[in-house]
Design a protein. Structure first.
Length: 141
């Protein structure tokens, strides 16, 4: 049974589910920072997914990145799996803009986390509802 790592639960807001991945929003208003987590048990590395899931993860990642680039008018997208702190396999898709708080440096630890307001989260969810129409289920929480 799929369970989200406690650190991801603590630091993110749930947006919904693609066929394979749970889509999370990092609770840091400094950057539109999304995280995809394959809903598979005990997976910490890409190669541990079967081939079909690897392909599905890449499809969901690239589709999300393309939507976010347009939706947030990104100058660059940072897409990465690291897992040094949270071993559960997860893919970061971070919208970067030349005027963001950390540009051009990496976002990790650059500035204190600035949690989203309820209004900001609602606005992001509404923007996503306009573009995530196929093969996506919105969840509350």
């Amino acid at each position: 049974m799929f369970a989200l790592d406690s650190r991801l639960q603590q630091d993110t807001l749930t947006i919904g589910d693609f066929p394979l991945c749970r889509l999370l929003l990092s609770n840091d208003a400094n950057y539109p920072w999304f995280i995809l987590v394959p809903r598979r048990d005990d997976i910490s590395e890409l190669f541990q997914l079967d081939v079909a899931d690897q392909q599905q993860l890449w499809q969901e990642t690239t589709a999300l990145a393309e939507l976010l680039k347009d939706l947030f008018d990104a100058d660059k997208l940072n897409v990465a799996t690291l897992g040094n702190v949270v071993s559960q396999l997860h893919m970061h898709v971070i919208v970067r803009k030349r005027e963001d708080a950390a540009w051009p440096a990496p976002v990790w630890g650059k500035h204190p986390v600035k949690p989203y307001s309820a209004e900001q989260v609602a606005a992001i969810r509404e923007r996503l509802r306009l573009v995530l129409t196929d093969h996506f289920t919105f969840l509350e929480g």
